[in-house]
Write a protein that binds this ligand. Sequence first.
Ligand code: SF4
Length: 273
Amino acid sequence: MHPSTPSQPDDQPADTLADELPSKLASGLAKVGLVMRHQAWKAADHAGLSPTQAQVLALLHARTTGDGLTMSQIAAELAITPATLSDSVAALERKGLASRARDQRDARIVRLSLTPEGARHARQNAGWPDVLLAAIDTLSDDERAVFIRALIKMIHSLQAAGQVPTARMCPTCTYFRPNAHDSPERPHHCAYVDAPLAELDLRLDCPEHTPAPAPEAQRTWQLFVHGAPLTPRRPAKPAKPAKPAKPAKPAKTTKSAAARARRVRSPQPRKES
Ligand code: SF4
């Protein structure tokens, strides 16, 4: 056998193969992550920015609704320390790409927003690297649907572990109704746009996302993962237990019956002839 030829699955017990699967998947994800990081660095370098500066511009471009974002919001979104962010923001201000200003309603809050030059810059560099989009294009619709569900579950788990700061995904949104429709093509529903959703329609970073409150979020997540309908039919009422039979009333004793009973209990002695 060629040294690089992988061993056949028959050669190994099934439990060994299953044990190796998480490592194989993690290794594959690391390879994709490496490509993404490399592409991001290349694009940032080309634009004369550090990777963090490029991330700050991209975030402001994606999230800014006019007022900009606070420093703590940006640090949380990018999962970086305030010190790292502070250096990057100072550099962006020097380059004329972003500026800080006090909030008009609360002067204690400072917000960072894009300058017109920064917005132009962010627009030009928005979008994912072609090489990554080309790789995703090789997947069939079925493979994408499985992939997006797998990603949502992984991101949800990482978020619960405190490793992903924010994830504006459908299954954590108050407007999401998992498995609300009988249609296998479009089983879910978005109450915000009042439209059915296919698995491929699920969003991982939706601007309209509104976090569901804790008990509702947990229920929605369980329904999404386990495929149960949102409003399951009420289970049939259990049959009422049969009433215990009433003890039979003792039969009314008539005079003749009482007399018969006395006769049974106390047989009369025979008359001597
Ligand atoms: S508002 Fe956005 S995140 Fe929420 S269910 Fe609709 S599409 Fe999904």
